[in-house]
Design a protein around this ligand. Structure first.
Ligand SMILES: [Zn+2]
Ligand SMILES: [Zn+2]
Length: 130
């Protein structure tokens, strides 16, 4: 369920990596490690992303809840983007375009390629089930 607007999340798949996305608010959930997988596959800089996210520290208290465990997430600031992170390490929540912004900023002027691939996302299956 979307932490922002409570809509069911839709699972997208990109090169074997599952990405949960809310179609209403365009927020995106990435399980722990998925952003690095994506960055690596798309010729990004996973180590650099890892470093900046680690440096962000514990962040401040947030209001949104983890998609996986419902714990209240912490808001961390990475490259001028606020990201919600599960305190138990399940993953990261990005508001609309935050992921694109972050990936682009981690890649400097070459961020365009990473941003473009996000436009390739297609639904893999509908999590609503029945
Ligand atoms: Zn939403
Ligand atoms: Zn969690």
């Amino acid at each position: 369920m979307c932490p922002a607007c409570k809509e069911p999340l839709i699972v997208f798949e990109l090169d074997g990596v599952e990405i949960d996305r809310c179609l209403r608010c365009s927020g995106t959930w990435l399980d722990s490690g998925e952003i690095y997988q994506l960055a690596r596959m798309r010729d990004g800089l996973p180590d650099r992303l890892d470093a900046v996210i680690s440096q962000a520290g514990d962040g401040r208290k947030g209001e949104r809840r983890c998609v996986r465990c419902s714990a209240k997430m912490r808001v961390i600031r990475v490259n001028d983007v606020d990201i919600d992170r599960c305190p138990r390490g399940h993953g990261l929540w990005f508001d609309r375009s935050e992921m694109e912004t972050l990936i682009a900023s981690s890649r400097g002027s070459e961020g365009g390629a990473m941003v473009r691939f996000l436009g390739e996302l297609r639904p893999a299956k509908d999590k609503k089930g029945g």
